[in-house]
Write a protein that binds this ligand. Structure first.
Ligand SMILES: [Zn+2]
Length: 506
């Protein structure tokens, strides 16, 4: 490659590249194309993801003065380019994993076969504990033998590739440099959160395990957790037929056009090959955003729709003049925070009363269980983040990680975990950190919205315009902790989350 790109050209080309990739994913996952043809797009835009482009962004990052806008922008561009380098080298392993997951079968002792991808759903839907245990045993054996080695190699190589970039001393330090997020700080917060909520957890865990599963707390495993949280008996109160219109009406009542003047397309028709879970595809940001769903009802469906709607509105209400890196890249704790702000309406008494069919008699019990579930997921993600800093950190031998994984996750959640998942139940590149910070940001934004626009801010016509102009329009220029300071005048922390869990548990 003899042509040299400028940063400005890189931004333009990056915009075009992301648009083509996103459109391809949208068409494939919504059933409009049989498969995503990504290789030709990567080939066409090879210079955007080249070693030269990476060097260009590193030079800009190193040349920018500390704390400047140039440095903020260049940091995001280096992060993007560095990720692209490792994604390209890991593509073969990732493709092997996708192919394996789509074709593997769990072989039960009684001769039955279950597609691997259906195993978790089968367990969650089964009220027969012996059946859950049988599926889990067979699933874990299969994963340990076939999937875990692929994933272990993937993480080993990802660590090596990232460290070879030479940007910082090791993988974790490189992540901290390029993300602007302190892993050590977040890990310490997680450890403190686990300690501080231990007594609350020890009190509610036995109650729910006995009541919902009819088993003794000391025998509960991760496969029981899935069944406990599935709660399919409540699905009728979250009907598919009214979901979209109800939520669109609520969004309009807080002064936001749910289509963002036509920039958001609700792709809700039934179509062969369309993925069953709702998802959001930003194809051109902010002008062309798709919210794809195939409503089937139930609380999970409502929650996913609200979550993806939060993402869609964030993309569609970004300022069009924002630089490429602030529209497409940045701290995903921001967009995940908005998505959670929307999906947390299912934990809001007033919202549940007004927009679902649960009715006043079921809401207190529902909310208490939701509080238990929230605490469980917060403790699980805290343990995951702590474990993943060890996995990427290099201080623990790879062979010792499965035992460490079981110890960390089982101690935090009390559900017995399986060593076969030590390399499978891992979000690459510390996405758990993005979620945890999003959770913290969402709780702080909620408190701010209540202060400004009352307890039912979600139907206050002044709240929406503020959300669009103060939050959505900024894209992901800010880091989540910077936004927390600007908007709420507070640091991100677990404190508002603990308060909300305590409220839900009553
Ligand atoms: Zn999300």
């Amino acid at each position: 490659m003899t042509t040299t790109l400028s940063l400005e050209q890189l931004r333009e080309r990056g915009d075009a590249f992301n648009t083509e990739i996103s459109r391809e994913y949208y068409l494939a996952l919504s059933g409009q194309k049989p498969s995503a043809e990504l290789q030709p797009i990567y080939a066409k835009h090879a210079d955007v993801m080249s070693r030269d482009a990476l060097e260009l962004t590193i030079d800009a990052f190193r040349g920018a003065s500390e704390g400047s806008e140039e440095q903020r922008a260049a940091r995001l561009l280096v992060d993007w380019e560095a990720d692209a380098q490792s994604s390209r080298e890991l593509a073969g392993l990732d493709e092997r994993q996708i192919t394996w997951e789509a074709s593997a079968f769990v072989q039960l002792a009684d001769g039955r076969q279950i597609p691997f991808e259906k195993a978790s759903i089968e367990m969650a839907n089964s009220s027969d504990r012996d059946e859950r245990q049988a599926i889990e045993k067979a699933r874990a054996t299969l994963v340990a033998r076939e999937l875990a080695p692929i994933r272990r190699e993937r993480f080993q190589r990802e660590r090596d590739i990232t460290e070879e970039l030479g940007l910082a001393a090791n993988y974790n330090a490189t992540f901290e440099l390029l993300s602007g997020v302190s892993l050590a700080g977040l890990r310490a917060e997680c450890e403190q959160f686990l300690r501080e909520t231990q007594a609350m957890w020890d009190e509610v865990f036995p109650e729910f395990v006995r009541k919902e599963l009819g088993i003794e707390p000391n025998v509960a495993t991760r496969s029981d957790a899935g069944a406990l949280f599935r709660a399919k008996d409540l699905d009728p109160y979250f009907p598919a037929s009214t979901m979209e219109e109800t939520i669109r009406t609520q969004v309009r009542s807080m002064g936001i056009d749910p289509t963002a003047s036509g920039r958001v397309t609700f792709d809700t028709g039934d179509r062969e090959g369309k993925r069953s879970r709702a998802f959001c595809s930003p194809v051109r940001v902010p002008d062309e955003v798709y919210l794809v769903l195939r409503p089937h009802g139930g609380q999970t469906d409502w929650m996913t729709f609200l979550h993806e709607l939060g993402h869609a509105l964030h993309y569609a209400y970004m300022r069009p003049d924002l630089a490429f890196e602030y529209r497409w890249l940045g701290d995903n704790s921001i967009t995940e925070g908005y998505a959670m702000l929307f999906d947390h309406r299912l934990k809001d008494t007033g919202w549940l009363k007004r927009y679902t069919e649960l009715g006043p008699s079921r809401i207190p019990g529902y909310l208490r269980k939701t509080g238990f579930e929230e605490l469980h997921f917060l403790r699980r993600y805290s343990a995951k983040l702590i474990y993943e800093t060890d996995l990427y950190g290099g201080g623990v031998p790879w062979d010792s990680l499965p035992d460490l994984y079981v110890d960390r996750l089982t101690t935090a959640t009390t559900f017995q975990y399986n060593p076969s998942d030590a390399f499978v139940d891992v979000d690459p590149r510390f996405y758990a950190a993005r979620y945890l910070r999003a959770w913290q940001l969402q709780a702080l934004l909620e408190e701010t919205l209540i202060e400004r626009y009352d307890i039912d801010w979600w139907r206050n016509p002044r709240a929406g315009p503020w959300i669009c102009s103060a939050l959505f329009s900024e894209g992901q220029r800010e880091l989540a902790h910077e936004q927390a300071q600007r908007v709420a005048g507070k640091a991100l922390s677990f404190a508002p989350l603990v308060r909300s869990v305590e409220r839900m548990l009553g």
